[in-house]
Ligand binder design. Structure first.
Ligand code: ZN
Length: 161
């Protein structure tokens, strides 16, 4: 609807580098940003709560990750999966990345992992979802559901410093 009304956010620059330094931003669908990783809700999801986890640094491949970045990325993949599991109780997940346009990467120049929660019988669900995937309210409702859990994560990290 927002797209129709022309109020959609114009994404300039790299999708995985939302402007500013805030730990979250609803307009960018940014759920979490820390020193090394970002977590975004995919604006064009395959299923509900389809997340994208990326390193903060603009690099194209897993072979470009430093050891520290790799460890942070894997840790965030685990944490984000746990959050979706807790909140939406899927029956399984597809977690992975596409390296290069040939392999299906929509944005090939900034490495990102997909976390796609799966439910038993979600082929039907996905058919239904494909009908409604452009409705931003659906995305924003999911964003509002997941954000508090990611914010707890930020708080825990700050307390741990
Ligand atoms: Zn980038």
């Amino acid at each position: 609807m927002e797209h129709v009304q022309g109020r959609a956010v114009k994404v300039t620059g790299c999708l995985f580098e939302p402007p500013g330094t805030a730990s979250f931003d609803k307009e960018s669908l940014l759920l979490h940003r820390d020193q090394e990783t970002v977590v975004l809700l995919n604006r064009f999801p395959y299923t509900n709560a389809h997340l994208l986890v990326a390193p903060l640094r603009h690099i194209a491949s897993i072979t470009d990750l430093s050891a520290k970045e790799g460890a942070s990325l894997m840790s965030m993949l685990s944490t984000a999966t746990a959050i979706v599991k807790q909140e939406l109780k899927p029956d399984g997940f597809n977690v992975g990345c596409n390296l290069g346009e040939t392999a299906g990467a929509g944005i090939a120049d900034h490495l990102h992992f997909h976390i796609v929660p799966r439910w038993n019988g979600d082929h039907n669900f996905m058919t239904v979802l494909s009908e409604v995937r452009a409705i931003p309210e659906h995305l924003l409702a999911t964003f509002d559901r997941l954000l508090p859990l990611f914010q707890q994560l930020s708080c825990r990290k700050e307390e741990g410093k």
